[in-house]
Design a protein around this ligand. Structure first.
Ligand code: CAP
Ligand code: MG
Length: 424
């Protein structure tokens, strides 16, 4: 009785998983493929006297593709193996014990093909790209944002003041950092109230809608309490560290039905996604978060301080935004019927000089965020925000950044500091 069935034609409603595998010394790919399918569906390390024929027939995973060249296997899972609308349960099968088995040396979950029957059971983003553009008034161009820096430590009043400066300098978005929650020097309630006052003031002064991504990451019941506060104060967004909070919290939070968009920060993802031979790809995680229903998701920049190649970041952006993501060398074709597109967030080591490259790579349905790249501007936060806006203006008008900087002091000063550019 083998889990390998290369003649098996996956059904439309099978969930498919693409693995890259390094078998242990002395074992071949077929050996590891067998163990992966067994441990991720119905089996264990030995044959079982308790294995009913119908369990074997109806619920086992089937290895339908083995590529010895690329050391990859593809496995088909019947949907009956999983509980409906329980993403944690699905992952406990396809992304659970198998990573720790001795019968693989390395194992990477490259991609998941979500069948349309499963897609229909999940909400997807409440707002998505259109909805966020709708309530923010940012129509065509990328969104510009900053993260208050230092990431931790500013007292509440200073946090709110820096946020005000970023907004009046021209940024659309101010975000709490991923590890700013409710510390003694900047308690959540205080920060929310003071920063929203500054948001209102900046909106009046600029005539532009402004967005505050307040971080509600906390034990789940506390997340709900904070979300209620945020909603009562009329803020349109919450931010959640989704990997750290867990799939169950993200799925539950989306189902709470708050009338607020979810900005998904992915801190901790690299513990799972970074090793090219082991773990889970950011592409696969991004698909799960789109299905669960975040509105914004960090995906990397290719040009900033965080790892992630241009090809990978671009592929993830496509997966988040296309209604059908075509198959690639390491990506299933994926239909997203009825699931809204997600705003891709490019952040991490960015400054105004990066904006042309980021827009070139990822297009306009993105959020470009810079923390150090704004608050590290030699003339301070307002100038840093202006420099970001000027850089985007240059891109939208197809003017080379250096030329545009000639007539825009804040951008020039940013390029002098961050890119060592020389001006006459
Ligand atoms: C960026 C950032 C973001 C990273 C996360 C930080 O600050 O606030 O958390 O972008 O990385 O704390 O590093 P800087 P990613 O602009 O000062 O780098 O978006 O890849 O998940
Ligand atoms: Mg951060």
């Amino acid at each position: 009785m083998s889990y390998i069935e290369l003649s098996y034609e996956p059904k439309d409603d099978d969930l498919l998983v693409w693995f890259s595998v390094e078998p242990p010394k002395g074992k071949d790919l077929n050996y590891s493929a067998e163990k992966i399918a067994e441990e991720s569906s119905i089996g264990t390390w030995t044959t079982l006297k308790t294995l009913l024929p119908e369990v074997w027939e109806n619920l086992r995973a089937r290895v339908y593709h083995i590529d010895k060249e690329r050391s990859e296997v593809k496995v088909a899972y019947p949907l009956a193996l999983f509980e409906r609308r329980n993403m944690s349960g699905i992952l406990a099968s396809i992304a659970g014990n198998i990573f720790g088995m001795k019968s693989v040396e390395e194992l990477r979950l490259v991609d998941i093909r979500l069948p349309e029957e499963l897609i229909r059971e999940y909400p997807g983003p409440q707002y998505g790209v259109e909805g966020v553009r709708e309530f923010s008034g940012v129509k065509e161009r990328p969104f510009l944002g900053t993260i208050i820096k230092p990431k931790i430590g500013l007292p509440t009043e200073m946090h709110a003041k820096v946020a005000y400066e970023a907004w009046v300098g021209g940024l659309d978005i101010v975000k709490d950092d991923e590890n700013l929650t409710s510390q003694d020097f900047n308690p959540f309630e205080e920060r929310l109230a003071r920063t929203l006052e500054m948001k209102d003031r900046a909106q009046e002064e600029t005539g532009e809608k402004k967005i505050y991504l307040v971080n509600i990451t906390a034990p789940y019941k506390e997340m709900l309490r904070r979300a209620e506060l945020v909603e009562d104060m009329g803020n349109e967004f919450v931010m959640i560290d989704v990997v750290i909070s867990g799939f169950s919290a993200v799925q539950s939070f989306r189902e709470e039905g708050f009338k607020m968009a979810i900005h998904a920060h992915r801190a901790m993802h690299a513990a799972i996604t970074r090793n090219p031979k082991h773990g889970i790809s950011m592409l696969a995680l991004a698909k799960i978060y789109r299905l669960l229903g975040v509105d914004n998701l960090h995906i990397g920049t290719a040009v900033g301080k965080m790892e992630g190649s241009a090809e990978e970041v671009s592929s993830i952006r496509e997966e988040l935004q296309l209604s059908t993501a075509p198959s690639l060398q390491n990506r299933f074709e994926q239909k997203w019927d009825g699931i809204k597109p997600v705003l891709a967030v490019a952040s991490g080591g960015l400054h105004p000089g990066h904006i042309p490259a980021v827009v070139d790579l990822l297009g306009k349905d993105i959020v470009i965020q810079a923390g150090g790249g704004v608050h590290g501007h030699p003339d301070g936060t307002i100038a840093g925000a202006k420099a970001m806006r000027q850089a985007l203006e240059a891109v939208m008008q197809n003017i080379p950044l250096k030329d545009y900087a000639e007539g825009h002091r804040e951008l020039r000063r940013a390029l002098e500091k961050f890119m060592d550019m020389k001006f006459s």
